[in-house]
Write a protein that binds this ligand. Structure first.
Ligand code: NAI
Length: 324
């Protein structure tokens, strides 16, 4: 066994936390040879519930769990942490404007950024799940002075996985047969599922454009809302699964000839303003991701890209006061 690593999960007493923590504890995220010390962070009011989660982890007798830190104190919570899955966020309440949501969460992620900068391990890898995740990550990364900015990412893997399922279903193949698709942009209804290079069973695969515009893209964009309608709760197990997938791929790499989707600081590729946290197709090798360059962007896709870029630029303007 390797020496243990510390994995922080915020919002640990919430829905996603409940599906995610046990899988991380079982070794599914970092592998069967990697012991973990779990850092479970939530707000003061949630500590009783979190204590219940801790008892359940103990009762699983996981061979890989070498310690549990359960706390509402971020200084303790992020101490020496190697991986952080930032799930905790303020949900959008009835009648709440997106701008208010950005501001409330802005405060949370400003604070978390300071604690991570001052207390986490210098090699920490962070994925922001709590919404609006791209801009939350932008605010967080802005607080970081002593850790490379590329270590701060946001999650669009759920959208990627959703797209993969829809395409596999349409083509009558298994999800794992679908390769070379990606999500560009914001984790929001403006996201852009890009499939012009898609392969199925290693052969170029196409689907008709009408299905893409009228069925596929709206289905992927609205899948979260569909699940809320059905479950009366937002997607949690699939979101937790995607957060784990994000980290696993970041650590282990992408398969040869494939790429994945991660929202990362833009370097200006594809005309995306520098610094925005933007989802790109990426390959990953030795724990480092790189944006897949030179994918052909049709006028159809350029129109969609322009919209999601504009939305993220507007979000950045709305939180400008937090980026000083
Ligand atoms: P939930 O409401 O069940 O749990 C959230 C937990 O976070 C609560 O226990 C709450 O006390 C805690 N929390 C809130 N602020 C916190 C803070 N500052 N520090 C630590 N903990 C804090 O919500 P659920 O269903 O688990 O979802 C969590 C977030 O994930 C939401 O923002 C949701 O929109 C987002 N999400 C993102 C997805 C993505 O694809 N990026 C997909 C699905 C959900």
């Amino acid at each position: 066994l390797k020496p243990p690593v510390r994995v922080a999960i915020t919002g640990a007493a919430g829905q996603i936390g409940y599906s995610l923590i046990f899988r991380v504890a079982s070794g599914e995220m970092l592998g069967p040879n990697q012991p973990v010390i779990l850092h479970l962070i939530d707000l003061p009011f949630a500590m009783t519930a979190l204590n219940g989660v801790v008892m359940e982890i103990q009762d699983c007798a996981f061979p890989l769990v070498q310690g549990i830190v359960a706390t509402d104190n971020q200084q303790v919570g992020f101490k020496d942490v190697n991986y952080a899955l930032l799930v905790g966020a303020k949900p959008r309440g009835p009648g709440m404007e997106r701008g208010d949501l950005l501001k409330d969460n802005g405060k949370i992620f400003t604070e978390t950024g300071k604690y991570i900068n001052d207390h986490a391990s210098r090699d920490i890898k962070v994925v922001v799940v709590g919404n609006p995740c791209n801009t939350n990550c932008l605010i967080l990364a802005n607080q970081i002075k002593d850790i490379p900015k590329e270590n701060f990412t946001a999650m669009t893997r759920l959208d990627h996985n959703r797209a993969q399922h829809q395409l596999a279903d349409k083509l009558g193949v298994h999800t794992s047969d679908i390769r070379k698709i990606a999500i560009f942009g914001n984790h929001s209804p403006t996201m852009v599922p890009y499939i012009d290079q898609m392969t199925a069973k290693n052969h170029k695969a196409t689907v008709d454009q009408q299905w893409v515009t009228q069925t596929f893209i709206p289905t992927v964009q609205q899948r979260g809302a569909e699940i809320i309608k059905a479950r009366k709760l937002s997607s949690a197990a699939s979101a937790g699964n995607a957060a784990m997938n994000h980290i696993t791929t970041w650590v282990n790499g992408t398969a040869e000839g494939d790429y994945t989707s991660m929202a990362i600081p833009s370097d200006g590729s594809y005309g995306v303003p520098k610094g925005l946290i933007f989802s790109f197709p990426v390959t990953v090798k030795n724990g480092k991701y790189s944006i897949v360059q030179g994918l052909p962007i049709s006028p159809f896709y350029q129109g969609l890209l322009d919209k999601t870029i504009k939305e993220l630029v507007d979000e950045r303007i709305a939180v400008d006061h937090l980026l000083k």
